[in-house]
Design a protein around this ligand. Structure first.
Ligand SMILES: [Fe+2]
Length: 477
């Protein structure tokens, strides 16, 4: 069996500081700002390999654009988990836990997760001026956006309960606030949805909703008037975690399809649950975007349908498929691809119309920042349905058509659309994506034209980066 995506899941030891990569093509000179991405890059402590991709130790990656040039840095987050790994001990959380009975006692005691890890390897955000690395455990670590040096732990100044927390915060530029949620275990498990005004460390509660399960929820969406959560039947089962053979949070997950999938539509102002349609069971990591469609509303007011795009899986097999045992084989394991679905929800009747918008497999979807919570036409994502490569796809969500870009042995990661300053069209700008060429064993930061997906430039990094998760583009200000 060939180890076809080997470098994507292989530990990296080199760190670069402000490296100037070799560039093919030309980077638009209007592109100014910094893409910062996060993801796992160390998969062993001593001779012990992590069990799940989600447990690799966080490495920040920085691509700074200015005047047609790019500078590259990469640096491990110096977390407690990283120090433990350097000392030969794995203290991961999602699918790896080496503390056995200690953890079970903790679980019994708290009816929640054991000591939360500070391995913040999922996402980044700029909160109250601080650049922060995020994961789903309720610990966050600040870092220097120029040097990527690890700073202090970042803490909120509120008392919103959180045993698990969203690493995906919605950055809403129309309201100058972030929106996120936490999950609280206990006899009455709840989801707490909050807003965080820009420039504040105190989250304000929008709603606290009774959780069924509770479910593992990874992402959320906003419209101008709503917050949406998808409660799939992938249940976080505390009882299952008490099994002495279980190995971390992944073993708390229990697929219970009979429950169906409930969509929680919450009024963003009042916190009222305005609709909660339950549909046949599906699983979702990532939302695309949502907005209120007033075009068909009788009075043109805010009572139109809610249009909600997401990436959906028929079941939760994808979670187990991301274990290192599966990934260390011949490429990505054979599980169903993510499907881009459009839901139209009528909050008055609770009715839902559901349609697929792209025939191919898709994950890691993004829309331009300005489209957040507003009508979007295009969604960019990683195309996943071919063997031996991952492409880039741009879906016209209204027409249901798509453009794709593929190259043999190249694995495109999460694409991030960046609009040209002053540009009117949604796709006037570029799409930035790292892409690992597994034959060449090297990653390039690729600059695509957002309209045509033509490659404008490739900046070849000095090494193959292990696959990351998510990032954001921060404009200079
Ligand atoms: Fe994610």
């Amino acid at each position: 069996m060939t180890d076809s995506v080997g470098p994507g899941f292989r530990s990296l030891s080199t760190e670069y500081d402000d490296h100037q990569p070799q560039i093919e093509g030309s980077i638009p000179d209007w592109l100014a700002g910094t893409l910062i991405r996060n993801g796992p890059a160390l998969f062993e402590a001593g001779s012990t390999r992590v069990n799940h991709w989600f447990d690799g130790l966080a490495m920040l990656r920085r691509y700074a654009f200015d005047d047609g040039e790019v500078r590259y840095s990469n640096r491990f987050l110096r977390s407690e988990a990283y120090a433990d790994a350097q000392a030969g001990q794995l203290t991961g959380q999602f699918g790896t836990d080496t503390r056995g009975w200690r953890r079970i006692v903790d679980t019994l005691t708290s009816l929640g997760l054991p000591d939360p890890t500070d391995n913040a390897n999922v996402h980044v955000a700029r909160l109250d001026g601080a650049f922060v690395a995020l994961t789903e455990a309720p610990r966050r670590i600040a870092f220097d956006p120029d040097t990527l040096a690890t700073r202090e732990e970042f803490t909120f100044t509120d008392d919103i309960p959180e045993h698990i927390t969203a690493a995906h915060l919605v950055d809403d530029p129309h309201r100058e606030e972030w929106v996120g949620f936490t999950t609280e275990f206990g006899l009455r498990p709840q989801y707490h949805i909050y807003r965080l005004p820009t420039g504040s460390r105190r989250r304000r509660r929008i709603a606290s909703l009774d959780a069924r399960g509770p479910a593992y929820i990874h992402d959320c969406s906003v419209t101008a008037d709503h917050v949406l959560l998808v409660e799939s039947p992938l249940v976080l089962s505390v009882l299952r975690a008490l099994n002495p053979l279980s190995q971390g949070a992944v073993d708390m997950l229990d697929w219970q399809p009979d429950r169906g999938t409930r969509i929680l539509v919450v009024d963003r102002e009042t916190g009222d649950l305005v609709a909660e349609p339950t549909l046949p069971a599906t699983f979702c990591f990532h939302h695309v975007n949502a907005y209120v469609d007033d075009s068909g509303a009788v009075d043109g007011g805010g009572d139109g349908e809610i249009v909600f795009d997401l990436i959906e899986f028929p079941n939760s097999e994808i979670v187990g498929a991301m274990s290192m045992g599966e990934l260390d084989g011949d490429g990505f394991p054979e599980v169903p691809d993510g499907r881009l679905m459009r839901y139209r929800i009528d909050p008055a009747s609770g009715s839902v119309d559901r349609s697929r918008r792209y025939d191919g497999g898709m994950e890691l979807p993004r829309v331009p920042r300005a489209s957040t919570g507003r009508r979007h036409r295009y969604a960019y994502g990683q195309a996943t349905h071919r063997k031996g490569q991952n492409g880039l796809v741009k879906v016209d969500c209204e027409a249901g058509t798509a453009q794709e870009w593929w190259e043999p042995s190249v694995y495109v990661e999460e694409p991030i659309p960046v609009q040209r300053p002053g540009g009117e069209a949604e796709d006037d700008g570029v799409v930035l994506a790292t892409a690992l060429d597994v034959d060449r064993e090297q990653t390039a930061l690729v600059v695509f034209d957002a309209e045509t997906l033509t490659v404008e430039a490739r900046a070849w990094l000095p090494h193959p980066e292990p696959f990351g998760f998510h990032g954001r583009f921060f404009t200079d200000s």
